[in-house]
Design a protein around this ligand. Structure first.
Ligand SMILES: *Cc1c(COP(=O)(O)O)cnc(C)c1O
Length: 348
């Protein structure tokens, strides 16, 4: 039984090239949270760095430190979740850029930077409406004034201003952008010169040029995962990089059993609803349990490979196609694949 997630590093490189060309002159920050969306952190960041990506979006400090360990001093690494004093100390020691959206946390970071005698690199976060860890507009003037003081005395280096948007409605995103522009203008008024202004993730980076600013933070599209309900991967010029595969372990009259199931991360709610890839093209996924059953094909044999999701070469659905069937997003399908499923890398 050889269930595995196959990751095509050439597809990752192609997607990165496509995204960089699309968003230029803005830069690309490759988001690698959740073990690079289940693709495996090390191979992904090494491939991206070799392709010239400078900025990595790590989510938490622990992931940021792992990227630093992989890539050494050349990478710029942005983490936006720091939970403890120890996190702040590690972030400074590992030269991470930290997203800070809270005035108490800014003071804690300044304190840690003074102890370390090393200025902390900061990206100030304005809450533009999502209410996830940002400074509310009414508190922004005081926040940036304090940040300017801390920068003037050499405690912090204000590298950026950033926020996150829902990318669900253009009107809401436009409102967010108005607040973002106001926040940048206000930061400049108190003497800050943030060189990295970043707001957009995958969808807005492609669809809304005015949201690109200096850099876009893109995860899903780098892995070829299109947005649910959005344009096709082909229209975006992207290729799904991962395919989830399993061997046929037994052949019955009307079905084959494959060595992959719910424990490996295949949502059981897909049973009866999804099309998977086989040597003879698309077939229906009939059941998902500890193993799964798939509608058979002429000549089906033990050892044949079934592709649960992938780029479509064998008739399979993409991760986002599966997500749409059960009302979620492609990222969710990708990150559900158990860490116990071996990753196999090709290309790169
Ligand atoms: C996950 C995440 C992104 C990337 O989003 P995608 O839609 O996968 O491109 C960008 N910014 C933040 C803050 C995130 O948490």
């Amino acid at each position: 039984m050889s269930t595995h997630l196959r990751v095509d590093l050439d597809a990752i490189r192609g997607n990165i090239a496509r995204i960089r060309a699309t968003v230029a002159p803005a830069g690309l920050m490759l988001v690698v949270k959740d073990d690079a969306y289940g693709h495996g952190l090390g191979p992904i960041v090494r491939t991206a760095a070799a392709a010239g990506v400078e900025w990595f979006g790590a989510f938490d400090v622990r992931t940021g430190s792992a990227v630093r360990a992989e890539l050494g001093s050349r990478a710029r690494i942005f983490a936006w979740i720091a939970a403890s004093r120890e996190d702040l100390e590690v972030a400074i020691a590992d030269e991470l850029d930290l997203g800070i959206g809270d005035s108490a946390l800014l003071e804690d970071l300044a304190d840690a930077a003074r102890s370390a005698s090393t200025p902390a690199r900061v990206h100030l976060k304005i809450d533009t409406g999502l209410h996830r860890n940002g400074v509310r507009p009414e508190n922004w003037p005081g926040f940036v004034t304090r940040a300017a003081e801390l920068e003037a005395d050499g405690t912090i280096d204000v590298v950026g201003v950033w926020s996150h948007i829902a990318e669900a409605s253009d009107a809401d995103d436009d409102d967010a952008r108005t607040i973002f522009d106001w926040a940048i203008a206000h930061a400049r008024r108190v003497g800050l010169r943030p060189s990295m202004r970043h707001l957009a993730a995958s969808a807005a980076a492609f669809a809304r040029p005015e949201f690109r600013y200096d850099m876009v933070r893109v995860g899903a599209f780098c892995y070829g995962i299109r947005s649910a309900g959005g344009p096709s991967a082909t229209d975006l010029g992207l290729v799904p990089a991962a395919s989830l595969n399993a061997d046929v372990v037994s052949v019955e009259d009307d079905a084959v059993t494959i060595g992959i199931g719910a424990l490996d991360g295949v949502p059981s709610s897909l049973a009866g609803l999804a099309e998977v890839g086989t040597p003879d093209g698309a077939r229906r996924l009939m059941s998902v349990d500890t193993a799964s059953r798939v509608e058979t094909w002429p000549g089906a044999a033990v050892g044949d490979v079934v592709t649960v999701y992938g780029a479509g070469d064998r008739g399979e659905s993409s991760a986002t196609d599966l997500a749409e069937i059960i009302g979620t997003i492609g990222e969710e399908i990708a990150v559900r694949v158990s860490p116990l499923v071996p990753r196999e890398y090709v290309g790169g």
